[in-house]
Design a protein around this ligand. Structure first.
Ligand code: NDP
Ligand SMILES: Nc1nc2c(ncn2[C@@H]2O[C@H](COP(=O)(O)O)[C@@H](O)[C@H]2O)c(=O)[nH]1
Length: 331
């Protein structure tokens, strides 16, 4: 068994980006937009395609407001109508699929009805598999105009395999999520070295990488871009907003929303092959305030990078600090 050298193993909390000379007069000048597929979005972030993070109303609102979104796949019978609703509202449709047999019939139906989503995400825990490779090929054959995001994967080999099958982007992150217990139950994944995995995958990728899971601070978005991601998927930090799914709960005078893993018992309705758990996340107000703050922080990050646009973040140097960036100030 090979063991990766320690210098190649780091995560968000282990890294600081090193500032360069500022070339703008105001953070407002820094451009956070990203082209992803045929469209340009305000930010390189996307709420996770999880049932406690996104619903149809919020998805369409986000699309209309200029943000990327991916609708989840856990009410499969509503997806065809959702595509029509998104188009009727004047925005793009971005849906998720699995790999089980009935998904092929669903894709056939979309093609037959010319009900074409602009983006399709193949949402599977272990994306480096023949089932995902076959699904990419199936989608590219039946819905050639759709931009296909395939995942989730952990390694450069997997990125290359999915790109070779026709994926337009790959999603990297097996086990770093806050609701994840894959790392504990199976011993596998990118938990603890997600940022390093992004860097390794981006080094071979010919198409965009979506960094998925493990984002705990807005600065982690800048770090994801700096290490090679084009888009950053975020679950827990988007789960507690008033526009999102789920009721507000009150406990000991504080307000929360539920956030559960897509492979949790709560999602599956039974305790079989469970790799996710349920959490309560504090209510955070409006998602648009969070998005605005993410934009401000990313603009500031671009200025520290000595740049004007997102891509300039990839030109900075970094230092490994091993768990010390908060100096204990979050205890
Ligand atoms: N990003 C991450 O780290 C993780 C994300 N998740 C999320 O949980 C949800 C459920 O994921 P998933 O279980 O893949 O989806 P599904 O339950 O839809 O499973 C998809 C198919 O893949 C098979 N399958 C699942 N895992 C494996 C495996 N390890 N080896 C071989 N076959 C497998 C399943 O069969 P069978 O069930 O019979 O094995 C099923 O046929 C998704 O939304 C996923 O994103 C889950 C875990 C990790
Ligand atoms: N191992 C598991 N991972 C899961 C599950 N449900 C979702 N996810 C992944 O987590 C990210 C979000 O991570 P966060 O750190 O931002 O909260 C999400 O996009 C999925 O890839 C699960 O049940 N098990």
């Amino acid at each position: 068994m090979d063991i990766m050298p320690e210098s190649n193993v780091f995560d968000y909390e282990d890294i600081q980006l090193i500032p360069k000379k500022c070339v703008i007069k105001s953070r407002n000048e820094a451009d956070t937009t990203i082209q992803f597929g045929d469209r340009t979005f305000k930010l390189p972030v996307v709420p996770a395609n999880m049932q406690t993070v996104i619903n149809e109303k919020l998805a369409i609102e986000l699309g209309l407001a200029g943000y990327f979104y991916v609708m989840h796949r856990f009410e499969p019978e509503t997806r065809a109508q959702f595509i029509k609703d998104a188009h009727a509202a004047g925005t793009f449709a971005s849906i998720s699929v699995g790999v089980k047999d009935d998904e092929h019939a669903f894709i056939d139906q979309l093609a037959a009805e010319n009900n074409i989503p602009e983006y399709v995400t193949i949402d599977i825990a272990h994306g480096y598999s023949d089932t995902v490779i076959d699904m990419i090929k199936y989608l590219k054959n039946k819905l050639p105009e759709s931009f296909v995001i395939a995942g989730n994967v952990a390694t450069p080999d997997a990125v290359t395999a999915l790109e070779d099958a026709g994926a337009d982007a790959t999603k990297v992150g097996v086990g770093p999520g806050m609701s994840c217990i894959t790392k504990l139950k199976t011993g596998f994944g990118t938990g603890g070295w997600q940022l390093a995995a992004i860097q390794q995958c981006a080094a071979v990728a010919k198409k965009p990488i979506v960094a998925d899971g493990g984002i705990r601070y807005n600065g982690d978005i800048a770090k994801s871009i700096a290490f090679g991601a084009s888009m950053v998927m975020i679950g827990s930090m988007f789960a507690g907003h008033e526009e999102g799914p789920g009721e507000v709960l009150e406990m000991d005078g504080a307000k929360y929303k539920t956030y559960f893993g897509s492979a949790s018992q709560f999602q599956k309705g039974e305790y079989r092959n469970v790799e996710g758990k349920k959490l309560f996340v504090p209510l955070r107000g409006s998602i648009y305030d969070t998005l605005r703050e993410m934009q401000e922080d990313l603009q500031s990050a671009i200025s520290y990078a000595g740049g004007r646009e997102l891509h300039d973040l990839t030109k900075v140097d970094s230092v490994i600090v091993r768990n010390t960036i908060t100096n204990g100030d979050n205890r």
